[in-house]
Design a binder for this molecule. Structure first.
Ligand SMILES: Nc1ncnc2c1ncn2[C@@H]1O[C@H](COP(=O)(O)OP(=O)(O)OP(=O)(O)O)[C@@H](O)[C@H]1O
Ligand SMILES: [Mg+2]
Length: 395
């Protein structure tokens, strides 16, 4: 008799056994707490499993026709996550090992001990509940850490997510500000996506290309005669919600999350298997000031993933202005036993190369940054054998 206090969703078990006596014993023991479904043969069991979900399969090994091991193989093909407990009449280690190898949760021998089988089933159900909980928590964590394409769990970012969710459906004008590369455009797209206009196109306008006098009517439309001059100006102002994105150096706690995000992105894109950064490289990423913000971090990681020679990115794969501070570089130079002159040449070459790359090989700009005369720079480039290919030096 089913208890009225049983939880509303009872776990379900499919019992597969050709022996009516075994099926009846299972029914006597399990019917009180579980929903039972019976099959007398493998093909019937597979038909049932392809049409409904069960929490667990109790599977006999010795059956006429398709044997239990074959049924197990096919169950796993159908659903790799399915939990199966194998029931064997003879204590055969070989069969048990094979079943476990194929992904069975466990196995029991007939005649089975009621307490043993009940405990085992309880373990399966508890495991499934844990898996469900972990999946739920993971999705919660993921929601916490990102908003559409924006990654970041820093408090300022979280405040921005909340604000965006709240204002997405107002028609308020939002003024996004923040340094270059802080994610203004990504945020604007997220805001658009959240709004009731999400299905309509997102239009980016390069304001610098529009004369100031036309900007307002281009963006907001022209309201004939409604207002004039100062009054009309920025009416708009009253409706503007300002949001300022923090520069990356003010939310360094987001660096690990962003690094992980971009590694995954470029692993996928370049089909690489980079897993993380060495301790030295991680320290360098933390110390650096990131004037180009998230865009710069993304570029650095894209390059590092492309260059990485193993699963771990080392300082060598970071641009010199980032890696120069890291303890690994100094250690590397010390270990290599270079003379001071060699070490200085090595450093000078790397540094100049790095700056030249940064300014797209514009030597006037590079010389300015390095505090050198252009001719001196050119001389050093030749002396140190800095190879400008595939870029040509520009005047
Ligand atoms: N929070 C973030 N999470 C993930 N990626 C980000 C984030 N912020 C920025 N990015 C990445 O950095 C790039 C630059 O962001 P975006 O274009 O939004 O910057 P911006 O603030 O508009 O810069 P600019 O002022 O130079 O136009 C984006 O393409 C995106 O890949
Ligand atoms: Mg932008």
């Amino acid at each position: 008799m089913a208890s009225t206090e049983a939880s509303p969703v009872r776990p379900s078990i499919l019992v597969v056994d050709d022996d009516v006596g075994v099926r009846e014993s299972f029914e006597a023991v399990l019917a009180k707490d579980y929903d039972l479904v019976f099959a007398t043969q493998g093909p019937e069991a597979l038909r049932i499993l392809s049409s409904r979900d069960v929490n667990l399969v109790l599977l006999d090994i010795r059956m006429p026709g398709m044997d239990g091991i074959e049924v197990l193989r096919r169950i796993k093909e159908l659903n790799e996550q399915a939990d199966v407990i194998v029931v064997t009449a003879v204590k055969s280690l070989k069969t048990a090992v094979e079943a476990i190898k194929l992904g069975a949760f466990d196995y029991i021998t007939k005649p089975f001990d009621i307490h043993e089988i009940l405990a085992l089933i309880k373990r399966v159900v508890e495991k499934q509940e844990l898996v469900k909980e972990v999946m739920y928590l993971r999705s919660e964590v993921a929601r916490d850490h990102r908003f559409e394409d924006l990654v970041g769990r820093n408090v300022r970012m979280q405040e921005i997510y909340t604000l965006i969710t709240r204002i997405a459906d107002n028609n308020a004008t939002v003024l996004l500000s923040g340094e270059s590369g802080t994610g203004k455009e990504v945020l604007a797209r997220a805001l658009h996506q959240q709004s009731h206009r999400g299905q309509r196109p997102f239009v980016a306008v390069n304001c610098a290309a529009i004369p100031a006098e036309l900007l307002e009517s281009e963006l907001f439309g022209h309201e004939k005669g409604a207002f004039t001059g100062a009054i009309a100006t920025i009416y708009y102002r009253l409706n503007v919600v300002p949001i300022t994105l923090p520069p990356l150096r003010q939310r360094r706690d987001d660096i690990p999350l962003l690094v992980e995000h971009f590694i995954a992105k470029y692993d996928r894109e370049f089909n690489r298997k980079v897993k993380g950064f060495s301790a030295g490289a991680t320290a360098a990423l933390y110390q650096y000031d990131w004037p180009g913000n998230v865009r710069e971090l993304e570029n650095v990681i894209e390059r590092a993933v492309a260059l990485a020679q193993s699963e771990t990115v080392s300082l060598r794969e970071l641009p010199l202005d980032i890696s120069i501070l890291g303890p690994e570089t100094i250690e590397h130079i010390q270990k290599s036993g270079l003379s001071l002159r060699e070490a200085r040449n090595h450093f000078e070459k790397q540094y100049i190369l790095n700056i030249l790359e940064k300014v797209q090989w514009n030597q006037t700009e590079a010389a300015r940054i390095l505090g050198l005369h252009r001719n001196t720079l050119l001389w050093k480039v030749q002396r140190l054998g800095i190879d400008s290919r595939p870029h040509a030096l520009t005047a």
